[in-house]
Write a protein that binds this ligand. Structure first.
Ligand SMILES: Cc1cc2nc3c(=O)[nH]c(=O)nc-3n(C[C@H](O)[C@H](O)[C@H](O)COP(=O)(O)OP(=O)(O)OC[C@H]3O[C@@H](n4cnc5c(N)ncnc54)[C@H](O)[C@@H]3O)c2cc1C
Length: 364
């Protein structure tokens, strides 16, 4: 096989698919290559909280992307539902963060970024979320929403097909092709595909394809395990976070408990230890969960970067080669803004936010 595409995107997670959608909506001819099925890796495994956890602890570069996405998520979800009939279930049920030590930093950050954030007493917390085992003072962000990320992925691929994007599944990209400082396309198991522009959005695997390009990219897989309870719709109301553990109630009564943070390379197996730890943490937060079964356990590989700031840039030494990867724990919330910023860079438009913070990549 030998063929040609205008813009090639490698990787069909939400970052690749959102980027493809932005470019297709701008009139570009896009081909997306996914080595297995779209939206089945980290983008499927994630929790779908549309906010970083403890957002004030992040760099402004993350806050800027998150803020833009948060303003556009509801509209995105509604448009996808209208276009495709698939509902990503954008739901604004707020984020309740328990036992937060740096409340003053949280308040200062919220004031500076005009974000709604309140400090609640233990009594307030008990009144608003009566299922909690030990209500304590908490930080409450009422505007935080969630999305059902597997549904988002299904809606996105349907939207791409409607927009005329050539989505090719079961098509692993083996290497990137470049010559004389320009990208030429990619090599797949079924032959070469030439393209004037190639965007690498391979999540945790992006580093493997970048390895031969001698950049200082710092990207590694970070495993996260989750468990799923089947409770009743409307039972737990809010997203609840304590330490590194959170509960996310879905509309249909499922409650996710996440997540572990494990540096175990590309191992995606689930473990008994994580199951027990997550179950224990869930029971401590909401004792009533003991009455409901755990119906699923899974793991996904986050594309981890040292500060959680994604790479969104054109390769400094290879014209036409772009990278949109490294969203670590926040690819769902940062996705729409990252995709739009990537499209702005590719199409040489004015960017939605300054792009310098996402260009921290040098060649050796
Ligand atoms: C347990 C867990 C909980 C999370 N919770 C949240 C949350 O609540 N909120 C939030 O914002 N984020 C969350 N995240 C993070 C978020 O899921 C990720 O940051 C995001 O999904 C990354 O998207 P991606 O498209 O870059 O990567 P992926 O979804 O991993 O997609 C990359 C795709 O590229 C494909 N690919 C790789 N190499 C090749 C190749 N050579 N050729 C062709 N295709 C290739 C892969 O098959 C894959 O489909 C969570 C993650 C985990 C694991």
């Amino acid at each position: 096989m030998s063929s040609t595409a205008e813009i090639l995107i490698v990787g069909g997670g939400i970052i690749g698919m959102l980027t493809a959608r932005e470019l297709a909506l701008s009139g570009c001819q896009v081909t997306l290559l996914e080595r297995q099925q779209t939206g089945r890796e980290s983008s499927w495994a994630g929790g779908g909280i549309i906010s970083p956890l403890y957002p004030w602890r992040y760099d402004d570069a993350v806050t800027a992307l998150a803020g833009w996405s948060q303003q556009h998520y509801r509209q995105l979800s509604e448009s996808l539902k209208e276009e495709t009939g698939e509902d990503p279930e954008w739901t604004q049920n707020g984020l309740l963060m328990m036992q937060v030590e740096d409340q003053t930093e949280a308040q200062n950050w919220a004031a500076a970024h005009r974000v709604s954030l309140q400090i609640l007493t233990a009594d307030d917390v008990a009144a608003c979320e009566p299922l909690l085992g030990s209500p304590s003072p908490a930080v409450w962000m009422k505007d935080v929403a969630q999305i059902r990320n597997p549904y988002l992925a299904v809606a996105l691929v349907a939207s791409l097909r409607r927009l005329g994007v050539n989505v090719v599944e079961d098509m692993p990209v083996l290497s990137l092709l470049s010559r004389d400082g320009r990208v030429r396309g990619v090599k797949t198991a079924q032959g070469e595909i030439s393209a004037g522009q190639v965007i690498l959005a391979g999540g945790a695997w992006s580093g493997e394809l970048m390895a031969e390009l001698k950049t200082d990219i710092e990207l590694q897989p970070v495993k996260g395990q989750m468990i799923l309870f089947k409770a009743k719709p409307g039972w737990l109301q809010r997203i609840v976070l304590q330490g590194d553990r959170y509960l996310i109630p879905r509309r249909d009564g499922h409650v996710l408990m996440g997540s572990t943070l494990e540096y175990t390379q590309f191992d995606k197996s689930t473990t008994e230890v994580a199951l027990e730890e997550l179950q224990q943490a869930a029971f401590e937060l909401v004792p009533g969960l003991k009455d409901y079964p755990v119906v699923k356990q899974w793991a996904g590989l986050r594309p981890g970067t040292p500060h959680g700031i994604p790479y969104i840039l054109e390769h400094p030494g290879i014209e036409g080669l772009y990278l949109n990867a490294g969203h670590f724990r926040n690819g769902v919330v940062l996705g729409p803004a990252s995709a739009r910023l990537m499209a702005d860079i590719v199409l040489k438009r004015e960017t939605i936010i300054p792009s310098d913070s996402y260009k921290l990549l040098a060649i050796h």
